[in-house]
Design a binder for this molecule. Sequence first.
Ligand code: PLP
Length: 470
Amino acid sequence: MTDPFEVALARAQQYRQSLAERAPRPSITATALEARFDGPVPERGVPADVIIEALAEAADPGLVASPGRRFFGWVIGASHEAAVAADWLTSAWGQNAGLYACSPSAAMAEKVSSRWLLDILRLPEECSVGFVTGATMANFTCLAAARNAVLARVGWDVEALGLHGAPRVRILMGADAHASVLAALRFLGFGSGTVERIATDAEGRMLSDALGHALDAATGPAIVIAQAGQINTGAFDPGREIAAHCERHAAWLHVDGAFGLWARLCPELEHLTSGLDRADSWATDGHKWLQLPYDSGFAIVRDADAHRRAMAISASYLPSAEYDPARFTPELSRRARGFALWALLRTLGREGVREMVRRHCRCARRLAAILAATSGVRVVNEVVLNQLIVRFGEDDAMTHEVIAQLQRENLCFAEGARWRGQWVMRVSIIAADLDDDDIERLADAILRAWRTTQSLGSERSRLSIRRDEP
Ligand SMILES: *Cc1c(COP(=O)(O)O)cnc(C)c1O
């Protein structure tokens, strides 16, 4: 039998090398792909190396080239090779990162790398950090700490008593907050219908005056959720003004900074991020801008005690140590995500992460300039970060068609979304290596799709005129 690790290594390298040529989006149908995986329930075992080879073979045509240089869909990082290699070791070591006793190295890698993380993000060093699966769970974890703290201040122990009969907690957030925040709130017993949505401006930024008025309207426990990096526009809620309102009302301020929080590495983006460090908690992703492999997110909480109280699990058989990662996460048994963070931060360094964020923002501005110079193409947002939304022609149909055309050509990939009632193309520049050449190729592909759509459009109207003739 060949070593299954060797098979995995060879296939992983093959995949990574294929990214240069691979179409960004697979073209195989779901039925054909299912058939590649399908078969009777396995009764008898087969050697692992054979099966790893078979797995790689089955999966290959259905893999999305999101770590490649031609993928601009959603907001997806590129799984940096240093972090992937660390992640392989993590799996091979088979460590349970819940408790120091289960894996002292996992605990210390998290402890040290979380200190680096706070320093790089310029957040208070007293914060506790929970290593979770992504920003949804990071929001959940931070908001659990918030729920604990704001209710404790009015004498209610939510961990013991739950929410039935509790003083009402107001939740306020911008109208353009990320949908996953509502999910996190629901998991915590805050129905999504009870959330007070604060009006936003054209870019999706919360209007801080409107927040101030809303907070003034009632007293009592309140949690305000601000956003650093709107999913379509990349816009930031005004941190300083929001922080001031929250301080005045003793409201807990939480920041959803899934990708935007990384802008804090760049002094030239200070106008976007200033004041965010005055919050009580922050959620961010590891698997977006930081390029950690899936899944990875960080729940950062200033009041480590509230964080601990919200996540506490204890039993006589669970030994406790000075630093147990599970104090800060919803899970007990858990993947040791600190190894990948440690390896990535050491590989890139603060400088490397900053250079990448800066390069992506520069690429976004460059793409915006090229597109905006083309008649009939409109960049809808102020490009302040790495996100663009683009509109083609006069109606939704044109924009739909340009996206469809781009995806048919399958040289570069972007998707669409509805923004302010209109269909737009969304472009996210976030995969590690992206640079000017990739932006040129993307701009060419988008403009080619636009020209094709225009000529199809005039062909269609010519045909429809002819059809209308008697
Ligand atoms: C992606 C994103 C989330 C959700 O993050 P996951 O890692 O997918 O759980 C939340 N908020 C914002 C602003 C995001 O961009």
